[in-house]
Write a protein that binds this ligand. Structure first.
Ligand code: SF4
Length: 481
């Protein structure tokens, strides 16, 4: 690809992952403080798509104050004989990839969560207009996806207009999401992979199924199928399901084979509907991060863009996201798309909603229709629980299933022992029971054992309270006497 002719910036996949820091930023769009969205619309009538045309509604870069944050909407109209409506979401997801090729331009997230930054260096090099960005983006789309025969862009920086168009966009996102609700994993023969995020998370294995929307939330099973139809060997190639090994966990021989292939042998099995055992990998684009809370044997959730700054484990979304991401299978953490909350198989292997103990209040409100009636008042938010102690008190008060032990709804099996009936000193609050990578201030069991073995009996017990510790490497060496 290389140097882009006619543009005052380089265009190259090597800029993917480039971050524009606040200190080097000329302006930013969307993010946490201003509305923003991106939307692709298929237009069946070619006469209605003005190929390569760009319209800007609102002020351009030169009229924006340096250092400011602004509203932003990007609408692309596309036409192509091979394009069907289901491809809209797939094309839309590529906006992130192609815009990330532009030097000095940072694009994060998707749909109504977009966060854009333009660097001061890009402005110094001659970037004057958002229309230049739109032109470059159209060029990239058309060269990378030849089935797009005509494409037009409408960029909006006028905040009122962004708000107005965003309302329409939300209806379109919702209609796309609703489409898969009636379809289940057992109704189809194929799932679909997505390898788009392997550029920064090489072992990531994204599997999109009817019951499990992509963790970035941008692609459903229908969208992925449409992508595979136009490009069967491409990033959304089909995964034949193969044999179902575990119907509750959602483990299939075909998915396991794909896991080996796509992760380069790093992982050999994935349970699609499990949280703790062989979980789905998480790249970095997940809409929601889940975290296991060993002290109450339950699971908490917080989403990207939440107004809630801390969780009961004392960490904000950004720190939890750092533990979840990177294309790893991290026991105790999971990244998901928001629509997965509506799936009838939502983490069913680990008890589904009955295992959920805490949610950020804005997330709980957003997905309230997905929460079963019996659980609605039993899941704490930051209003009821800000730390482990208050969370335990709340769960005891509402008689949450984790207190006496979770009975899995799908098969009636009791999968946890419960802790509410134990004596205080036996309760798991202060014991070492965290998953290996959990940054909860507790040391992994094998490390405790190693320390104990080197120091002789009795084994030591380490309790860390209110501690935030990050350890890159631990080296144990025997002290010579
Ligand atoms: S998160 Fe998964 S589905 Fe979404 S773009 Fe990345 S690889 Fe594809």
């Amino acid at each position: 690809m290389g140097e882009a002719e006619g543009f005052p910036f380089d265009i190259n996949p090597m800029y993917e992952g480039e971050r524009v820091r606040k200190s080097g930023m000329y302006v930013e769009f969307g993010g946490l403080t201003k509305p923003g969205f991106e939307l692709v619309l298929f237009e069946p009538d070619p006469a209605k798509v003005h190929d390569n045309e760009v319209t800007l509604i609102g002020p351009d870069l030169g009229e924006l104050e340096e250092g400011g944050t602004y509203a932003f909407g990007m609408i692309y109209k596309v036409y192509g004989e091979k394009i069907e409506k289901d491809l809209e979401a797939v094309i839309e997801r590529r906006n992130h990839e192609y815009q990330s090729y532009i030097q000095g331009y940072m694009h994060l997230n998707q749909r109504a969560e977009i966060w854009i930054r333009i660097s001061k260096d890009a402005i110094k090099k001659g970037l004057k207009s958002l229309k230049q960005i739109a032109k470059a983006t159209i060029m990239l789309f058309k060269s990378e996806l030849p089935f797009i025969e005509a494409m037009e862009a409408i960029y909006i920086t006028d905040e009122e207009e962004v708000e107005k168009q965003l309302e329409e966009a939300m209806k379109i996102y919702e209609a796309r999401d609703l489409k898969t609700r009636g379809l289940h994993d057992e109704d189809v023969e194929e799932f679909y992979q997505c390898t788009l995020c392997q550029s920064f998370a090489p072992t990531n294995v994204c599997v999109v199924t009817p019951d499990r929307v992509a963790l970035c939330g941008a692609m459903s099973w229908f969208d992925s199928r449409a992508a595979a139809r136009v490009d069967p060997e491409g990033p959304n190639a089909p995964i034949p399901k193969g044999e179902c090994i575990d119907p509750i966990g959602g483990e299939y021989t075909g998915v396991n084979a794909a896991a080996v292939k796509l992760s380069g042998g790093e992982y050999d099995s994935i349970k699609l509907h499990s949280f703790l055992e062989k979980p789905h990998t998480s790249c970095g684009c997940f809409e929601v991060a889940g975290f296991f809370i060993p002290e109450v044997d339950g699971i908490g959730w917080i989403h990207r863009g939440s107004r809630v700054s801390e969780t009961p484990i004392g960490l904000p979304f950004s720190t939890i996201a750092g533990s979840v991401g990177g294309g790893k299978q991290v026991k105790g953490f999971l990244g998901i798309g928001i629509q997965y909350f509506y799936s009838s198989k939502f983490i069913q292997y680990d008890g589904g909603w009955r295992r959920v103990v805490w949610m950020a209040s804005d997330l709980k409100e957003r997905v309230k229709d997905a929460i079963p009636e019996e659980m609605k008042d039993r899941i704490a938010t930051e209003k009821e629980a800000t730390d482990i102690e208050s969370l335990r008190d709340f769960l005891l008060r509402v008689d949450h299933p984790v207190v006496k032990g979770v009975i899995r709804e799908v098969d009636g099996v009791k999968i946890t022992d419960g802790w509410g009936t134990k004596k205080e000193e036996e309760a798991p609050a202060a014991t070492v029971k965290a998953p290996p990578a959990a940054p909860t201030g507790e040391l992994p069991e094998d490390l405790i054992q190693a320390i104990a073995a080197m120091q002789g009996d009795p084994p030591i017990k380490i309790v860390l309270k209110d501690a935030k510790i990050s350890i890159g490497k631990v080296i144990l060496s025997k002290k010579e006497h």
